[in-house]
Design a protein around this ligand. Structure first.
Ligand code: IMP
Length: 205
């Protein structure tokens, strides 16, 4: 089975690929081969103008499915901060401006959160995975609760990872290995739901 990942974000593709491979349904000796939009230059970038993670994930998956003719998996994700009424939410990638700049987004978030006490720094990462196939669309949601630190810590991961402490941990996502992050992350959880569905459908072993 061939699956195309509907993303041009290299770090996100890397993370999606490694979680899918760790789940055991792609990679060496497995039944799924992963493709990326680079192999289909005619497929353009999709504008993420939906009001929800689900709307954006579905839009990206459907477009790449129609454009490539291949079963497509798209991820739309972001950070919801309690003290900011759920912002940046669907605007997480463009919080500090139209061009995605992880560091500028992180600095803006820390500025907005200046002076907010520890007990009010709750946040969660949310991920919607959309699967587009010839039989239709399916979506899978995952989230992870946590809190925001006041200074960035760690070099790994991407985006807001250096300030996000998942619940029950005293290290940020950026201080964890990929495997450790994926075992509890919003993306890991949503992808494991996808894996269960593909198994139930008999599409993978
Ligand atoms: P999009 O799904 O391409 O719209 O981008 C999601 C944005 O949310 C990213 O650019 C990051 O800023 C943020 N984000 C989503 N998932 C993660 C994560 O696992 N770690 C850190 N930031 C994330």
């Amino acid at each position: 089975m061939d699956i195309i990942l509907a993303s041009r974000n290299k770090k996100k593709i890397q993370e999606l690929k490694s979680i899918i491979e760790a789940c055991g349904f792609a990679g060496k000796d497995a039944t799924v081969t992963i493709h990326t939009p680079d192999e289909f230059p005619q497929c353009e970038e999709v504008e993420e103008d939906g009001a929800t993670f689900e709307a954006n994930a579905v839009k990206k998956a459907v477009y790449i499915f129609e454009c490539s003719g291949m079963t497509a998996v798209a991820d739309d994700s972001g950070l919801e901060v309690d003290a900011l009424g759920g912002a940046p939410g669907v605007f997480s990638a463009r919080y500090a401006g139209e061009v995605t700049d992880d560091w500028a987004n992180l600095e803006k978030l820390l500025r907005e959160m200046e002076g907010v006490p520890d007990e009010k720094r709750g946040a969660r990462f949310v991920c919607c995975i959309a699967l587009a196939t010839r039989s239709g669309i399916k979506t899978f949601l995952g989230h992870v609760d946590g809190r925001l630190g006041t200074t960035p810590r760690g070099e790994k991961g991407f985006g807001y990872d250096p300030v996000f402490y998942p619940e029950g941990h005293d290290r940020t996502f950026a201080e964890m290995t990929d495997e450790e992050k994926s075992s509890m992350s919003h993306r890991g959880r949503a992808l494991r739901e996808l894996q269960t569905y593909l198994k139930e459908q008999g599409l993978i072993l």
